[in-house]
Design a protein around this ligand. Structure first.
Ligand SMILES: Cc1cc2nc3c(=O)[nH]c(=O)nc-3n(C[C@H](O)[C@H](O)[C@H](O)COP(=O)(O)OP(=O)(O)OC[C@H]3O[C@@H](n4cnc5c(N)ncnc54)[C@H](O)[C@@H]3O)c2cc1C
Length: 399
């Protein structure tokens, strides 16, 4: 493991830390802590304005290569950027899906025209994107997608239903996996399409969540249209593109997530000190255990990033990505449970209207989703069983 930061890296850390201190002042300071998992419905317009401010100042696409208008930071500098961003408690950016998922996918699989058309607008935070993968019968088993796409003259016509589509209600575009070859099964015959949301054939219906907010949606596609050339990769070869995109998920931002967890745990310890819960030896022990585990996860993340830096494929070998996902999802759910025990009976009451939850109640409820999205616990265990331990593969239907 290589844990050293060069003098250049440290200078970069000072630069971004200074910039954030200077800029997260005045009105922007009021946005601190807003947005992010479980809170993505908060202050969308204000966070969008902040996101654009970042972009205007060159803090968008920090990991993108310079040829696409990015800052071209090294891997370690990207880690520093995300760590400092999280440490400053800056509001969650609204452009994450476009900037960190779709953009690298377009760079890897898109045509020059698609890159020219979309990348500058993602970089400038002018167009927001949502991910249209999951369907009612295709979540973990994504190859089961039923949404159909047919070429009709110069356009794709798309029919089907997506679900859990985060942030579609304020996005401009949706990338969709659809079956474009009638009669094809599983991962064959799928296409990866870029679909404008603002059209009669796209109906976005927010889903009210356990937390009271609505971050994700059902998206009904009924004769939705998009131009024939807005297919990424070859028609029928969309599975490879879709999987390529998933490879960009998380990446360097995992250390930043741990910074957020660290802040949450620190805040909870303050609550426990304030209400006397910290005097309970069992709660003290659980809080201390969470702290120790967080430190272990930080080293896990650094080890896996060191591997990426050395050019190792993080998806291969020891299954580091799956182990890390299992570890943080379980940790975060337990943080929510400990928070409820720290609050005691007060944790059962909402302060205002029935669903006016405080941050701990919301954390407790939303963290139940941590072991579902980004690959559920069971799916991660299957990956470890099959790819790392070499156990027999589970049957997957016709392929
Ligand atoms: C907060 C949140 C945000 C999301 N955002 C998006 C988004 O923006 N775009 C998008 O496309 N999707 C999104 N999703 C959907 C997410 O990808 C799916 O929820 C996930 O893939 C699981 O699929 P599912 O919900 O259909 O559950 P299912 O796949 O039906 O799974 C149900 C249960 O069965 C288990 N299971 C499934 N298959 C197996 C197996 N082979 N072996 C053992 N157990 C198994 C699962 O672990 C789970 O416990 C989001 C989900 C959440 C919770």
């Amino acid at each position: 493991m290589d844990l050293t930061y060069s003098a250049e890296d440290e200078a970069f850390r000072a630069e971004i830390r200074g910039w954030l201190e200077e800029n997260l002042a005045g009105e922007w300071a009021e946005l601190k802590g807003l947005g992010g998992p479980g809170k993505d419905h908060e202050a969308i317009d204000e966070r969008l304005a902040w996101n654009r401010h970042l972009a205007q100042q060159g803090w968008s696409g920090v990991g993108w290569p310079a040829e696409h208008g990015g800052r071209g930071l090294t891997l370690w500098q990207q880690v520093i950027f995300h760590e400092e961003y999280a440490r400053s408690n800056a509001p969650a950016r609204v452009n994450h899906v476009g900037e960190e998922l779709l953009a690298p996918t377009l760079m890897a699989f898109g045509t020059a025209e698609q890159q020219e058309r979309f990348l500058p607008r993602i970089l400038a935070v002018e167009e927001l994107w949502a991910q249209g993968y999951s369907e009612p019968d295709a979540g973990s088993d994504l190859a089961n997608v039923k949404t159909r796409a047919t070429l009709d003259g110069g356009e794709w016509v798309i029919d089907g239903q997506k679900v859990w589509t985060s942030n579609a209600h304020f996005s401009d575009w949706l990338f969709v996996i659809a079956r474009s070859e009638p009669g094809s099964v599983r991962h064959h015959g799928l296409s990866f399409l870029l679909v404008p949301i603002d059209q009669a054939g796209v109906d976005v219906r927010p889903i009210e969540q356990l937390t009271g907010g609505s971050e994700f949606n059902e998206v009904f596609l009924t004769g939705a249209r998009t131009a024939a050339d807005l297919v990424v990769g070859e028609p029928g070869q969309g599975w490879g593109v879709a999987m390529g995109l998933l490879g960009f998920e998380r990446g360097v931002s995992i250390l930043a997530q741990l910074v957020d967890f660290d802040r949450e745990l620190g805040d909870l310890v303050d609550v426990a000190k304030g209400n006397g819960a910290v005097d309970d030896p069992i709660l003290r022990d659980r809080l201390a255990g969470l702290r120790a585990e967080l430190e272990v996860m930080r080293f896990m993340a650094l080890r896996s990033l060191s591997g990426v830096k050395r050019g190792e494929d993080s998806s291969a070998g020891g299954g580091a990505a799956s182990i890390f996902k299992l570890a943080w999802a379980d940790w975060h759910k337990r943080l929510g449970e400990v928070a409820m025990d720290v609050l005691g009976p007060a944790g059962l009451l909402a302060e205002g209207a029935p669903y006016d939850l405080d941050e701990w109640q919301r954390l407790f409820l939303f963290s139940r989703a941590d072991s579902i999205y980004g690959g559920s616990d069971e799916v991660q265990r299957n990956i470890l069983a099959e790819r790392v331990l070499g156990l027999p593969r589970e049957p997957k239907g016709t392929s």
